[in-house]
Design a binder for this molecule. Structure first.
Ligand SMILES: Cc1cc2nc3c(=O)[nH]c(=O)nc-3n(C[C@H](O)[C@H](O)[C@H](O)COP(=O)(O)O)c2cc1C
Length: 265
């Protein structure tokens, strides 16, 4: 079978699929002809599905994707620009969590959304590690603390760590019941950071609280005992660790931030 099939009854020959293809592997010989794959298109296609999903008449099917298998974009479900603006500005890092767990299905649902984050060449290299049990999260926090105390990474946080330890508080995981780690092959970590950002925003929209665990991520990539404890597969790097749970407090206002520094050219 060819890389894609075009239903000639439906095709409008509008060239939309040609315009949107990231690799320029769809061509129309002239205005009246139907779209066809260029020679060698199979090897170049990144299977992004744009040709299938942009076609207004649902005329094009990839070997791997038909229009019918792809959900319809619902304009009525899209938030307004004002709602998106407020969602993004009002999201906060949460550092106090309720003492209850989030159902596994909810976490799985967040990860299911995060897999729609963009990825370089649509490689979709992100995999997930969920530390679900709160006792395992505590164990993780203690390991990271050990790493910090060994002098490897506490820096200006050394005194905060000492204060937290003295009071029996958790500087690393802040009492969050769960930690979600995204990992990718080394060198592709930006894909995981973007996916975690999707997850964080989706979590906020569900009333959940999140906070990036920078020390966990650093230790996961640089401290063999933690790497072993997490059992990250060989050749893969942690992209980030997200603390997650139900927030104990509600933020009332949006804090001020620096003005954007922009160079226009
Ligand atoms: C890469 C990264 C690592 C972070 N690591 C930590 C961390 O280890 N502990 C923590 O309490 N907050 C951490 N944060 C949260 C930041 O402190 C927080 O984003 C910042 O203070 C702004 O607050 P906001 O997220 O509520 O706007 C991290 C954030 C990012 C983006």
């Amino acid at each position: 079978m060819s890389l894609f099939l075009v239903d000639r009854e439906k095709c409008l020959r509008d060239g939309v699929c040609v315009d949107e293809c990231p690799r320029f592997i769809i061509e129309m010989k002239d205005e009246d002809s139907y779209p066809v794959p260029i020679h060698g298109a199979d090897e170049l296609c990144i299977n992004c599905g744009h040709c299938v999903t942009v076609c207004p008449s649902g005329a094009l099917s990839l070997k791997t994707m038909t229009p019918e298998s792809c959900p319809t974009v619902r304009a009525d479900l899209l938030p307004t620009a004002e709602q998106v603006d407020h969602l993004l500005r009002s999201r906060r890092s949460i550092r106090a969590f309720e003492d209850r767990t989030v159902p596994r299905e909810v976490l799985a649902g967040l990860i299911d959304i995060a897999r729609y984050a963009p990825s370089g060449s649509n490689r979709q290299p992100v995999e997930w590690l969920v530390i679900y049990e709160p006792r395992d999260v505590r164990r993780l926090a203690r390991l990271v603390e050990d790493w910090m105390r060994d002098g490897s990474g506490a820096g200006s946080y050394a005194s905060s760590l000492a204060r937290a330890t003295e009071k029996g508080l958790d500087l690393i995981c802040r009492g969050a019941p769960h930690v979600v780690i995204a990992h990718t092959p080394k060198g592709q970590e930006s894909n995981g950071v973007i996916a975690l950002t999707y997850l964080e925003l989706a979590a906020y929209s569900l009333g959940l609280g999140t906070c990036w665990g920078g020390f966990i991520n650093n230790a996961a990539n640089n401290w063999p005992p933690l790497r072993q404890a997490l059992a990250l597969p060989e050749g893969r790097a942690s992209c980030g660790a997200m603390l997650l749970g139900y927030p104990r407090h509600k933020y009332q206002r949006v804090p001020l931030r620096n003005e954007a520094r922009i160079t226009w050219r």
